[in-house]
Write a protein that binds this ligand. Structure first.
Ligand code: BDR
Ligand code: CA
Length: 314
């Protein structure tokens, strides 16, 4: 039986790759996408989610529009990283479909309460939708089978401030609520995602297949690679969100340690910074397991093989 999956996302170039990886993975049954502000506006991110699903022949999957603003902080989008449209240089046809009428927060609540203990939730954007859902209906917390979060930077520098990672910086208050809710969290921070770089050679390999899906990936990642080159001196692009997605069905790609992890919401230079209590100084029990080591080549190979298979099947 495939794992039932709900994906909370802000597509977003690497989010789009995560959506495609989910569709390419028979271990998963992607049953809904809840969209949140982040890499681009929520309006644009909904359009992108619908367009990517159509590109992959998966128009049956419901897409719910979620929050357009963080809980407390002002909006912060990332056009320098993902382009004005959120998908780099890629241009997809306007989607034929609309999002469902239900708000993403209510969609998550309804799905989780209808099937307690069955859904894995992958959260690969700012955590605003999930935090609000947990506040509105706390009974969803014990109903979550596993919550895999792409976010934070434990020993790794930040990618948005010198200390903070994008998803936790954009809505640190939401991250604070979710981290302390008592859900079974697996955190996938920059410590592991920055080991996972899709290279120009990887994209050239995909381009051996004559497929609109592969051309989409090439055009989206061309922009993302230019960003990584000019801002971080990285050749290629970091595929954060696909790694988090892959861990929902292939957890052995990483190694984990259990820690009490918190996020700074005091403001100032470390706003949004995540930190682990490595030496148990707080004497607080672990609230999550954290991926701190990754089998990089196995993951990149899995990603490429799955995308190749999906592209050939379409
Ligand atoms: C995270 O921020 C976004 O740019 C990516 O989509 C990813 O979810 C990495 O910090
Ligand atoms: Ca994301």
């Amino acid at each position: 039986m495939p794992k039932r999956l709900l994906l909370d996302t802000d597509p977003g170039i690497d989010d789009s790759l995560a959506i495609l990886l989910a569709l390419a993975s028979p271990e998963l049954s992607l049953e809904g996408i809840s969209v949140v502000h982040g890499n681009c506006s929520v309006e644009q991110a909904v359009t992108n989610a619908l367009a990517v699903l159509e590109l992959a022949g998966a128009s049956h999957i419901p897409v719910a529009r979620g929050c357009e603003l963080p809980l407390v902080q002002p909006s912060l989008l990332a056009p320098e990283t993902h382009g004005q449209s959120g998908l780099g240089y890629a241009k997809l046809p306007p989607p034929q479909r609309q999002p469902i009428r239900q708000h993403a927060v209510d969609f998550l609540i309804e799905k989780l309460l209808a099937a307690p203990g069955e859904y894995t939730v992958a959260a690969i954007g700012p955590l605003t939708n999930l935090a609000l859902a947990m506040r509105k209906e706390p009974r969803i917390i014990p109903a979550i089978r596993e919550l895999v979060i792409m976010g934070g930077a434990i020993r790794h520098p930040g990618n948005t401030t010198p200390l903070a990672e994008f998803n936790t910086y954009v809505d640190p208050h939401a991250a604070h609520i979710v981290f302390h809710a008592g859900a079974p969290i697996t955190l996938v921070p920059l410590d592991v995602t920055y080991q996972c770089i899709l290279t120009p050679a990887d994209v050239a390999r995909l381009l051996q297949i004559d497929s609109p899906l592969v051309r989409f990936i090439a055009e989206a990642t061309r922009f993302y690679m230019e960003f990584h080159d000019s801002y971080q001196g990285i050749e290629g692009c970091v595929i954060n969100d696909p790694l988090a997605l892959a861990l929902t069905f292939a957890p052995a790609l990483c190694e984990y340690e259990e820690y009490f992890v918190d996020v700074d919401i005091q403001g100032g230079v470390s706003m949004g910074k995540t930190f682990a209590d490595f030496y148990h100084m707080t004497e607080k029990p672990a609230n999550m397991r954290v991926a701190l080591n990754v089998h990089t080549r196995e993951f990149i190979t899995l990603f490429l093989e799955r995308i190749e298979r999906l592209a050939r099947e379409l």
